[in-house]
Design a protein. Structure first.
Length: 130
């Protein structure tokens, strides 16, 4: 009886923890991986380099394109960009893909490319990392 009760408690606790983790998980993707994604309801972090001559501002909305050297993703962000945000530099955006435009809720600019995540470093072309 004690073993059965313990197994029930363990199962309920596991289900509660898995549901809590699932709502808080954000997956990291490159622009190429993002374009292959079928589910546009999950929160993602997408990393790449800001393409040159791609930053357009309309009031508080900012549009720019990030690339991994293979594919490009248009990003829309509403708000003030970080001071280190610039063309040709690394960036990580957090948000959701909606109708082929990544709507970012947060933009993180990196100060030095040698501190980029391993996943992003593998996906970027060497000619884009200069």
């Amino acid at each position: 009886m004690f073993i059965s009760f313990g197994m029930i408690i363990l199962t309920v606790t596991t289900i509660i923890l898995l549901n809590a983790f699932r709502s808080g998980i954000e997956f990291y993707k490159s622009p190429t991986q993002l374009l292959e994604l079928k589910d546009d309801t999950i929160n993602l972090r997408v990393g790449g380099l800001v393409m040159r001559n791609s930053i357009k501002s309309t009031g508080v909305d900012v549009f720019f394109v990030i690339t991994d050297g293979t594919n490009e993703v248009k990003v829309k962000y509403t708000g003030v960009l970080p001071d280190l945000f610039a063309e040709g530099r690394g960036v990580i955006v957090r948000g959701q893909l909606k109708e082929k435009v990544f709507v970012a809720s947060q933009v993180l600019a990196k100060h030095d490319e040698k501190y980029m995540p391993r996943e992003l470093q593998r996906t970027l072309n060497s000619d884009y990392s200069n």
